[in-house]
Design a protein around this ligand. Structure first.
Ligand code: GDP
Length: 177
């Protein structure tokens, strides 16, 4: 019904960090080894947070780099962002700050609800970004943070629980519906 709460979540980050794999694992509980290099996809899922159902649109973007310009689709009407890097890619980690700055610049706000996700946590041997570095960035940007593996289904649901926790912060004080 129209009374159901709706939330729009955009998933951003460098190409091939596992954005699609994360979303597909969450929404379809599947892991496909070679997914299409993402064309943009919108997934729908009802997420229950603190006993309240939220009808969510999860927008899986094609991926960003330092030159990409944010699209209005990635900013207008978006309640929160999942910013994904791969723990096996220092470059993708550095892109998080860049993308975060682009979001603030585009929206003209001082902060946005974000969850920073260190994906591919199963790639221990190839790790380039420590947990401490991930946590430190999240603390600085005042975002939630978690490491996940879409391959092993580790912490995947946690991402979206943290996302709603971030978007609903302060909603008791009458934040935007
Ligand atoms: P996207 O471009 O960010 O959407 O990335 P994809 O979801 O297409 O994934 C890029 C590649 O990383 C694919 O070959 C995936 O199979 C692989 N991948 C995705 N998630 C994981 C993960 O959790 N662990 C490992 N080892 N590989 C992953």
């Amino acid at each position: 019904s129209d009374l159901r709460k709706k939330r729009k979540i955009a998933v951003l980050g460098s190409r091939s960090v596992g954005k699609s794999s994360l979303v597909v694992r969450y929404v379809e509980d599947a892991f496909v080894d070679s997914y299409y290099p993402t064309i943009e996809n919108i997934f729908q899922k009802t997420i229950t947070y603190k006993g309240q159902p939220y009808d969510c649109d999860i927008i899986d973007t094609a991926g960003q780099d330092e030159y990409s310009i944010l699209n209005s689709k990635h900013a207008i009407g978006i309640h929160g962002y999942v910013l994904v890097y791969s723990i096996a890619s220092q470059n993708s980690f550095e892109m998080i700050q860049t993308v975060y700055d682009k979001i603030l610049n585009y929206t003209g706000t001082e902060s946005v609800p974000c969850v920073i996700v260190g994906q591919k946590s199963d790639l221990h041997v190839q790790r380039q970004v420590s947990e401490a570095e991930g946590k430190e960035l999240a603390a600085r940007l005042k975002c939630a943070w978690v490491e996940t593996s879409a391959r092993h289904n580790a912490n995947v649901a946690k991402v979206f629980e943290l996302m709603l926790q971030e978007t609903e912060k302060g909603s008791q004080e009458g934040g935007p519906e």
